[in-house]
Write a protein that binds this ligand. Structure first.
Ligand code: GLN
Length: 196
């Protein structure tokens, strides 16, 4: 069921500057949620929720800064727009990324280290226990994933691998260290949109 915001249907966006934004757009389409490919900051005025996809956080940060997205993202989140960063998108949303001298949106009080799961674990899959989604595990695909090293007091950890948070939210700001858009399980996208 598509979600409603007031008397109209919710509209999502996916930042289409770099990375696997098409897979997120497909996932929203499968959920019956209208989603637009966001290429200009003004488009943020037309959506209720934005996904920052996985890809290359250095490139996403540089392009987002170049096109003037960062102040507009802060403004729209302060106005209530939801935002969710997956993998590289989670890095872009973090407040602090040690050794990463590139633009960040700094929308969640977390410290994230890039590519920090170690060589053997460069890419891997894992069944996550996500209590907020019910008892069925969520099969998660990790690709050169960031490691969340610190979460601020405002952050709820929704899933972990060992001690490491891999799905977190702070109000309407979400991050996932993995790629929910690469599996057929639509539950996280659905929950993100349902709460608008
Ligand atoms: N390693 C990438 C980065 O640091 C993120 C990888 C991904 O998004 N799958 O930007």
């Amino acid at each position: 069921m598509p979600s409603a915001v007031g008397d109209r249907l919710a509209r999502a966006g996916v930042l289409g500057l770099q990375g696997d934004f098409r897979e997120h757009l497909d996932t929203f389409q499968r959920l019956g949620t209208e989603a637009i490919d966001v290429r200009r900051p003004e488009q943020l005025d037309d959506i209720d929720a934005l996904v920052i996809p996985g890809g290359e956080s250095t490139t996403i940060g540089k392009l987002a800064a170049h096109y003037g997205f960062i102040p507009k993202l802060k403004e729209r989140v302060a106005q209530g727009m939801s935002i969710w960063g997956t993998c590289a998108g989670a890095i872009f949303i973090a407040r602090d990324v040690p050794g990463h001298p590139h633009p960040l949106a700094e929308l969640m009080d977390i410290t994230v280290r890039r590519n920090a799961f170690g060589r053997q674990l460069d890419s891997f899959e894992a069944d996550l226990d996500v209590p907020a989604l019910g008892s069925d595990p969520f099969h998660a695909v990790f690709i050169r994933a960031p490691r969340v090293e610190r979460v601020g007091a405002s952050v709820d950890v929704m899933a972990r691998i060992g001690d490491d948070p891999v799905l977190c939210r702070s109000g309407q700001v979400w991050v996932a260290a993995f790629h929910p858009e690469l599996t057929d399980d639509l539950r996280i996208h659905q929950r993100f949109i349902e709460e608008l």
